[in-house]
Design a binder for this molecule. Structure first.
Ligand code: COA
Length: 326
């Protein structure tokens, strides 16, 4: 018994910003961005929010699953760009879609968030605690992007992806998930610190300061291309599977060169590594469910296909999980 995906959905903002439009904001070029990242454009929220995109993706996934919202036991949202810290995004999605019976909470594991949330959902199902779970990755990264920093602003985009998991008599696969807090400084998004009356001062200049994603791009690049092939090999080994058993590797869509380097290190052909960052940029925890949804819409997924999901990002966090398509 484990969780099986029976419905997927996606939502991206209407407004599309191409690389040329960023040339007016920072010293960069379409050619540089495409060559170094594979990104051509990204969707940027104007009217949309982390909650509205999550709710739209969730409703689409529920429709395909043919499940009324009242039958959802748990809503698990992965996000690092919530509208508010409290109430959590999952509770707001519950209100939007009318999933009145659901337990709701958010999970924060940056760009590994969807894999961590998927693994968490499967663990609840395997433990017999919940039957139907909505797992969502939703990000409004444009709210936390420093639009004057060319090292990061060219990378990110907004969007949401959702999957409905239900308890099914399917093979249970062990995940390979990891964290290394000692290297967390390479990719950060700080929040504001207030003073307290017991001696803690707010950091100098903190008043009114906004915080943005900061990144050591090269360190993250090296981390991803070393850790993901190892995590893929490990998840295959512990589940007694071989590369030939895997139809697709669905990697977090951060950078085309990272995906290509992982494929090369694994000795696997490029066609097994679908990509869509060209259209959306890096949407953090939304990227994997967005890509799965797109693959489904393009009829690339067939019953029994085994996929390896692989996430990596801030924390540092990374990991792999295997799913069998319905
Ligand atoms: N446009 C034009 N030039 C840029 C630029 C931009 N947007 N950003 C940086 N540069 C410049 C640098 O200043 C540097 O110039 P210099 O040689 O004169 O000093 C040069 O380009 C090379 O910079 P470097 O940082 O070495 O580029 P890179 O090849 O490492 O590419 C990233 C930068 C960010 C694209 C790359 O490191 C990367 O993709 N890292 C992983 C990021 C990621 O995926 N993060 C999220 C993980 S969840």
């Amino acid at each position: 018994m484990t969780g099986q995906i029976i419905g997927t959905g996606a939502c991206v903002p209407e407004k599309v910003i191409n690389n040329q439009e960023l040339e007016g904001l920072v010293e960069t070029s379409d050619a540089w961005i495409q060559e170094r990242t594979g990104i051509e454009r990204r969707h940027i929220a104007v009217k949309e929010t982390t909650v509205s995109m999550a709710a739209k993706a969730a409703s689409e996934a529920l429709k395909e699953a043919e499940l009324p919202p009242e039958q959802i036991d748990l809503i698990l949202v992965s996000t690092m760009s919530p509208e508010e810290i409290m109430p959590c995004t999952a509770c707001k999605v519950q209100r939007e879609i009318g999933a009145s019976r659901a337990v709701c909470f958010d999970l924060s594991a940056a760009c590994s968030g969807f894999v961590m949330a998927y693994v968490t959902a499967c663990a609840y199902i395997e433990a017999g605690i919940f039957q139907n779970i909505l797992v969502i990755g939703s990000e409004c990264l444009s709210n936390v992007t420093d639009w004057s920093d060319r090292g990061t602003c060219i990378l990110f985009g907004d969007g949401a992806g959702a999957a409905v998991l239900t308890a099914a008599e399917e093979t249970k696969y062990l995940p390979s998930i990891y964290s290394d807090g000692s290297r967390g400084g390479a990719l950060t998004l700080k929040s504001r610190q207030n003073h307290n009356p017991f001696g803690k001062e707010a950091p100098a200049g903190d008043e009114g300061t906004s915080y943005y994603i900061e990144m050591d791009g090269q360190a993250i690049f090296k981390f991803a291309v070393r850790s993901i092939p190892q995590a893929v090999e490990e998840v295959l080994r512990k589940n007694h599977l071989h590369k030939s058993d895997i139809r697709y590797y669905v990697l977090h869509q951060a950078n085309e060169r990272i995906v290509e380097a992982v494929a090369k290190r694994l000795g696997e052909p490029a066609y097994k590594f679908p990509m869509n960052m060209k259209e959306y940029g890096n949407t953090s925890s939304a990227s994997i469910p967005l890509l799965i949804h797109e693959m489904k819409e393009k009829n690339m997924l067939h019953s029994g296909d085994r996929l390896v999901l692989a996430g990596f990002g801030g924390g540092l966090t990374w990991g792999t999980a295997i799913i069998t398509w319905k």
